[in-house]
Design a protein around this ligand. Structure first.
Ligand code: ATP
Length: 324
């Protein structure tokens, strides 16, 4: 039995997390859910966006399933990643509809603890300054993770993404750490691109990418671009992994424009739960659900509007669950 902290959060977060537990409940795996609150609504109700009790529940769990936070995202999910010391954010960009989007399949390995996300901003007489933090330790760790991931999963190439021509010292350090790590993995091809060029290559040559390793902000932006390549934000899951904790969440946010309508695509969150199952050592169940999702999308009968159907979030989840 696994103790799972469930933090639905705001907007569509609540809908997609409910859909996901509907699917998980059909497995032959036992989960003990502890629900915890965080986000905009939590701040309105309790005065704080991320209560200490929620952090405690997350830390004590075997894994955390997270939905989305709205305006308070920086104080909720960025802080939670920090509190749980999840140093890597894995964002697989994989096409589940090859006939429509081609065989796109690459992994974004995003550094999860520093960069501009340290939130060190201040007002100045002229305007404002934000500091970007890049350390050797975190850069070495994330590059090592990326190469090891490539090796373990049979990928042949790792691409570093940075802007070292402008940010010579900070991104320059990241690039240096990348090539030092690459030397330890001679069997894996390594190359690097500037982030602006990468934004274009992802559109023109998406099949050239296998594993991208990059800093926090570029990883965030490129994963939304990646979502656009394979059917939208409703399709991309993510895993935040640390030495002691794992937190699993869709790449999308609270999507206030569609919240409450029951039309959000639950696939991103269900696939995040599959990453959670892998993390817990329940890979057979993870593959089973993934296969069913592909089947359901191929059928195209009971899918949400972003996938061309008319089903609600919960109807699609129940259909997926019924096939387990
Ligand atoms: P937030 O401020 O919480 O990040 P946002 O609207 O800025 O919210 P996202 O939640 O990432 O950003 O959503 C961006 C757009 O993608 C939304 O307009 C929404 O319509 C669409 N979208 C996001 N997630 C889904 C989903 N699961 N299913 C369908 N559409 C989605």
């Amino acid at each position: 039995m696994y103790n799972i902290a469930v933090i639905p959060g705001d907007g569509i977060g609540e809908e997609v997390v409910k859909a996901t537990t509907t699917v998980l409940d059909k497995l032959d795996v036992e989960f003990n859910y502890t629900h915890a609150i965080a986000g905009d609504k939590c701040k309105e109700e309790t005065g704080v966006p991320l209560p200490d009790e929620t952090i405690q529940i997350a830390k004590e769990s075997d894994a955390v399933l997270f939905g989305a936070a709205g305006e308070t995202a920086a104080d909720v999910i960025v802080r939670l990643r920090h509190e749980l010391s999840t140093f890597v954010n894995l964002r697989p960009v994989k096409s589940l509809q090859p006939e429509k989007y081609g065989n796109i399949d690459f992994m974004i390995v995003r550094e999860n603890t520093e960069d501009l996300y340290i939130g060190d901003e201040e007002e100045t007489p002229e305007g404002a300054i934000a500091r970007k933090k890049i350390t050797k330790a975190a850069s070495d760790k994330i590059c090592e993770y990326a190469f090891k991931y490539a090796k373990d999963t049979g990928r042949k190439k790792v691409t570093a993404v940075h802007k070292a021509n402008v940010l010579k010292i900070s991104d320059g350090l990241f690039k240096k750490c990348f090539y030092e790590t690459a030397e330890k993995y001679p069997e894996i091809e390594s190359n690097d691109f500037y982030v602006d060029a990468t934004a274009m290559y992802l559109i023109t040559n998406p099949l050239d990418f296998e594993v991208i390793v990059t800093s926090n902000l570029y990883g965030d932006i490129l994963s939304d671009e990646g979502a656009g390549l394979v059917g939208g934000l409703g399709m991309i899951p993510s895993a935040n992994i640390g030495d002691e904790n794992g937190l699993f969440e869709p790449v999308h946010g609270s999507a206030p424009d569609i919240a409450g309508q029951g039309i959000a695509n639950p696939v991103a969150t269900i696939l995040s739960a599959c990453m959670m199952l892998d993390y817990l050592g329940e890979s057979e169940s993870a593959r089973r659900i993934e296969d069913i999702i592909v089947e359901v999308i191929q059928e195209g009968k009971i899918v949400t509007p972003d996938l061309g159907g008319t089903a609600s979030t919960q109807e699609m989840a129940e259909y997926i669950a019924s096939k387990i």
